[in-house]
Design a protein. Structure first.
Length: 171
C-alpha cells in the first residue's frame, strides 16, 4: 500500500511521514527530495534554472513512477503536486490519500519560523504571510479536498495525527 500525504507547506507532511513510516515499517519517499536527487539540483535551483513548467513535468514523471510500485511506501507530496495535470486522480487511484489540514493561523505560525528554507515565501513580508497563505489555500483546497481522508493538524501532537491516520486506514 502507498499512503500519500497531501497538504500545504507547513501542514506537517514531512514530519508526519517520518513517524508514520517508522510506526508502520513502510518505506518513506519525499517527492521533492526524490526530484532533487534525480536532477542533482535543489528544488529552488530547478525553479531558477529550468522554470516551473520543467519542474512540474519532472514532478509528474517521478510521481507516476513511484505510484506504479507495489511497495509499502509513505509518500510525502509537495504542496503544489495535487494542483497540476490530473495528479490528484492518479494519487487517489494508486494510493490512499490523506489531506493534512491546517488553518491559516497554524500555517502562518509554523512557516514564519521556516521562511528562509521556503523559496515560495522567503521574500514575503511577515505581516503579509497570512494573506498569501489564505489566497493560496483558497486555490489549492479544491484539489486537497479530493483526498480520500482529511485530518486536522491544528493544535495536535504528531503522534495523535499518526494514530488517527492508522485508525482511518485500518479500521
Amino acid at each position: 500500500m502507498i499512503i500519500s500525504l497531501v497538504g500545504y507547506m507547513g501542514s506537517g507532511k514531512s514530519h508526519i511521514s517520518k513517524i508514520l513510516s517508522d510506526k508502520l515499517s513502510f518505506g518513506l519517499i519525499d517527492l521533492d527530495k526524490e526530484i532533487s536527487k534525480r536532477s542533482k539540483l535543489t528544488i529552488p535551483e530547478i525553479f531558477e534554472k529550468k522554470g516551473e513548467i520543467y519542474f512540474r513535468k519532472l514532478e509528474r514523471e517521478v510521481l507516476e513512477e513511484i505510484l506504479a510500485t507495489e511497495e509499502n511506501i509513505i509518500l510525502s507530496l509537495g504542496g503544489g503536486t495535487p494542483v497540476y495535470y490530473n495528479n490528484m486522480e492518479i494519487i487517489n487511484h494508486n494510493s490512499k490519500s490523506i489531506f493534512l489540514k491546517a488553518s491559516v493561523a497554524t500555517l502562518s505560525e509554523r512557516l514564519l519560523k521556516q521562511k528562509d528554507k521556503r523559496p515560495l515565501i522567503a521574500r514575503i513580508a511577515d505581516d503579509d504571510l497570512p494573506e498569501f497563505i489564505a489566497k493560496h489555500l483558497f486555490e489549492r483546497n479544491e484539489f486537497y479536498g479530493k483526498s480520500q481522508f482529511s485530518i486536522s493538524t491544528d493544535a495536535r501532537v504528531p503522534e495523535d495525527i499518526v494514530s488517527e491516520i492508522i485508525e482511518k486506514l485500518y479500521h
